[in-house]
Design a protein around this ligand. Structure first.
Ligand code: A2P
Length: 276
């Protein structure tokens, strides 16, 4: 088995493949269908989508058409950040499961603690309400693992204090330069597993000269260094690409970055992402 297909174990015993194929900004229809189909054809066994991406139907169709046994594929989707009531959350979950045409979801996450149009807003009460929907369907076996995304330690503590099940996952923006120290320390202490979205800094990290130097040394691409770095931190990485050669390249991670080079990569600081 290749490194990217190997699995970590979540606090509830559910196994999660180390690399998930990301689908943010991948358009519903041909683009989402083709990129997920290419990923599955090339051996990916973990797909990450969200109701808010608008591509669940195409993602679900690509999964169905790949004819992979359900238990051999790990599918994540997310409850839209704007939804903060129980009724709407339940409706959204049922919509996702229908869009994907699956009997169960492997991992279901609250997409963010606040609406994207009002980042930082205190939605603690609402988050507790909607988390109870996750708990309900988890107990019914319709979700195998539950969690959150973009949650700070404070947002997580609110869930832990007011709900029954400690989230099993927190999916955050994590890549070389963006060490998320405080959140990661908190999550480790509570056995909340970290997933890294934007592992290539939405592509901008690939222009970094220091990463290029390390990539040359190992005779791999900068993208492979970025992904391997995340795996060596014990974190799931969720790269995405719409090009087959990159989809394949992003799965070739069977090499080891030496400790000195990991330490060097740790010295890189800053967020290269540009939000045009
Ligand atoms: P494309 O879809 O044209 O291949 P992130 O996963 O951090 O959000 O980064 C995604 C971006 O990085 C996409 O624009 C994608 O472009 C690009 N990308 C993904 N994999 C690679 C790679 N191996 N080499 C170069 N660019 C990549």
């Amino acid at each position: 088995m290749k490194e990217y297909q190997k699995k970590y174990t979540l606090s509830n015993g559910v196994e999660i493949p180390k690399i998930g194929f990301g689908t943010w900004q991948v358009k519903n229809g041909e683009e989402a269908y083709q990129s997920v189909a290419l990923a599955l054809k090339n051996g990916y066994i973990h797909i990450d989508t969200a109701l808010a991406y608008g591509n669940e139907e195409s993602v679900g169709k690509a999964i169905k058409d790949a004819k992979i046994a359900r238990e051999d594929i790990f599918v994540t989707t997310k409850l839209p950040a704007e939804i903060k009531t129980y009724e709407e959350a339940e409706k959204a979950f049922l919509t996702s499961i229908k869009n994907l045409d699956l009997d169960y979801i492997d991992l279901y996450l609250i997409h963010a603690p606040w609406p994207w149009s009002d980042m930082g807003k205190d939605c603690k009460e609402g988050n507790v309400k909607i988390y109870k929907v996750l708990e309900k369907y988890y107990k019914l076996g319709k979700i195998k693992a539950i969690g959150v995304s973009n949650f700070s330690p404070d947002d997580l503590q609110n869930i832990i204090d007011n709900c029954e099940i400690v989230p099993q996952v927190n999916q955050i923006g994590y890549f070389i330069g963006m060490d998320q120290h405080e959140t990661i320390e908190y999550c480790r202490a509570k056995s909340i597993f970290i997933e890294a979205y934007s592992p290539l800094g939405i592509g901008y990290l690939l222009a970094n000269e220091d990463i290029k130097i390390v990539a040359e040394k190992y005779d791999v691409s900068s993208a492979q260094i970025c992904l391997r770095y995340i795996l060596q931190k014990g974190v799931v990485a969720l790269p995405k690409s719409t090009h087959e050669f990159r989809i394949i390249q992003n799965s070739e991670l069977d090499f080891e970055i030496l400790e000195d080079d990991m330490n060097f990569l740790d010295t890189i600081k800053g967020d290269p992402r540009r939000w045009e």
